[in-house]
Design a protein around this ligand. Structure first.
Ligand code: 16G
Ligand code: ZN
Length: 530
């Protein structure tokens, strides 16, 4: 059959050259780029099957290893609504990635039967990649995989991960926007510019924003956007990949959050707010250095709260009855959870680490705001929420209409498909501008509890099981009792452990009333794990 030719071609062009087992994890497949070519080719095949199972709707393939260093790369699939690949397919992806070249044909055949893919249907796949030098070769392998099963591949070249999610969504739902990079700018940046027209600069808001681009794709795209902002926001961009700057090396959102240190490559000015993106542009944190050069970090928790409080304020002004809820993980600072619950009086759900879990939980609110502390997050709005706000925009009194129109622009700035550093940056800037506040004012909303993260290398990280959104440890026996005992010795103490989904380590998190206590508690819990 013609498929025979396809598999012979695969063996020639994208042979499996390693026996190392690889798993579709929280963020797709991720490892050394040199081990990925056959995996990406096979994801091209799988994307075609996925598209056919979804009646020919478009599927995305993104080549990126996000905040990892340059030698790594990765691949993940995007479902038709711009969301992460459905969980039940992760196992199928893992199976297909690991079979030998000899078994590739028969395994693909089995999968076609298992998922009931109608091979006579058309299939459409969008392919994007980050700035890694290994990405073009991998993207080509993906194209070959798509063509092999007679799907249509459309390449987007270098784009942020969230841009590709956006394009996939638009392709399958043209009410959401135009499926291109230009379409993304038009909708998201266009809506921000509309907001700027409505909201003059007031108070302590400073239109200058420094950006740490992590030497990745996000900074490059902001450099394009910058020229269209007509001075409404004056972006001063650093770490754009030139001058020998290395992707994610000592810079970017993950480095800033985990090390609690400012990135290299940024010229710091006291109290100047800086937005730090990760390598593929789906995470965002803010920070500033004070006059003693101490760093003040405003992470995903802070962003979530800023957005939630503003959305609530606008909804109130609209008089719309729409429920708002927030989704966090166990990594959310305890002070943030208390502030949301007690002061903002917004319900909070806590879920397991990993964007798909947060996204899913957020969909249960009319307006769901979800953020991981590491800066990955967005807002999702239900049809009911959008309709209610549109109705007020049409029928409300003058003040109500104004708030509703602002909220509609705010919705358009949002990339609802996935956390998006660029979209989130414009959302944050909107709120700071609307309120006429500085980054220090934003920080004053509440005080974070000091915290510490550690990683522990153990013989078998899977010996640790957790429950209750990873806040309780159910195995090995006795460990949770021990953690409880340690925690009880510290005022405002909290700690949990969980096996990492991306590295062969166990992660320990601790917070307490002082930094010394948080550090000590983390070390003691790490000792108990080990
Ligand atoms: C992945 C997840 C991220 C999560 C991180 C945890 C996605 C797209 N990314 O990067 O949300 O915070 O893993 O890593 O879901 P860990 O399991 O090693 O702590
Ligand atoms: Zn990322």
């Amino acid at each position: 059959s013609s498929l025979r030719v396809v598999y012979a071609f695969a063996r020639e062009m994208h042979p499996k050259t390693t026996d190392v087992f690889i798993q579709y994890g929280t963020a797709g497949f991720r490892t050394k780029a040199s081990l990925l070519e056959h995996v990406v080719y096979r994801m091209g095949l799988l994307a075609v099957l996925r598209s056919r199972v979804k009646n020919g709707r478009t599927i995305g393939i993104m080549i990126t290893a996000s905040h990892n260093l340059e030698p790594d790369n990765g691949v993940k699939l995007i479902d038709p609504d711009g969301e992460m690949l459905e969980q039940s397919w992760e196992e199928i992806a893992t199976r297909l990635a690991n079979v030998s070249d000899n078994d590739l044909e028969s395994t693909t055949g089995e999968i076609i039967k298992q998922v009931n893919a109608d091979m006579s249907l058309k299939a459409s796949v969008f392919i994007g990649m980050d700035t890694r030098y290994t990405s073009p070769r991998l993207a080509a392998a993906a194209v070959h995989g798509v063509m092999a099963l007679k799907g249509t591949a459309k390449e987007f070249g270098i784009v942020t991960t969230p841009m590709l999610h956006f394009c996939v969504k638009c392709r399958n739902d043209n009410t959401y926007g135009t499926p291109s990079e230009e379409g993304y700018y038009e909708k998201i940046v266009g809506a921000f510019k509309n907001i700027c027209q409505k909201l003059p600069v007031v108070g302590k808001y400073n239109t200058t924003l420094y950006v740490d681009g992590a030497n990745g794709v996000g900074g490059k795209k902001l450099n394009i956007i910058k020229k269209t902002l007509d001075g409404e926001l004056d972006l001063v961009l650093y770490n754009l990949g030139g001058n020998g700057g290395k992707l994610n090396l000592n810079c970017g959102a993950d480095f800033v959050k985990v090390s609690q240190k400012p990135p290299v490559g940024v010229e710091h000015v006291p109290f100047q707010r800086v937005a730090s993106l990760d390598g593929d542009g789906d995470r965002l944190v803010y920070y500033y250095l004070d006059d003693k050069n101490d760093m003040h970090l405003l992470d995903g928790d802070r962003i979530a709260i800023l957005l939630a409080s503003y959305i609530t304020e606008l909804l109130k002004a609209c008089g719309a009855s729409v429920s708002v809820g927030l989704v966090q993980t166990a990594y959310a600072n305890g002070a943030s959870t208390r502030y949301i619950t007690d002061d903002l009086k917004i319900p909070v759900t806590c879920v397991k680490t990993g964007v798909k879990h947060l996204h899913h939980a957020a969909l249960s609110y009319d307006i769901g705001i979800y953020f991981e502390a590491n800066g990955h997050g967005t807002v999702v709005y239900s049809g009911h929420a959008k309709d209610s706000i549109r109705r007020v925009a049409d029928e409300g009194d003058t003040e109500q209409r104004k708030s509703a129109q602002l909220l509609l622009n705010f919705i358009d700035v949002t990339n609802e498909t996935v956390g998006d550093a660029i979209s989130d940056l414009f959302l944050v800037e909107t709120v700071l501008r609307a309120r006429g506040i500085s980054i220090q004012d934003w920080e004053k909303q509440y005080t974070d509890l000091p915290c510490r993260q550690l990683k522990v290398t153990v013989q078998d990280r899977n010996a640790i099981s957790t429950a209750d959104a990873e806040r309780q440890c159910t195995a090995p026996e006795g460990l949770q009792t021990k953690i409880n005992e340690l925690v009880s010795r510290y005022p405002s103490g909290r700690s949990f452990v969980r096996p990492s989904g991306t590295e062969d380590v166990v992660r320990v998190y601790a917070e307490a009333d002082t930094q010394e206590s948080a550090d000590k508690l983390a070390a003691e819990v790490a000792q108990a794990v080990f």
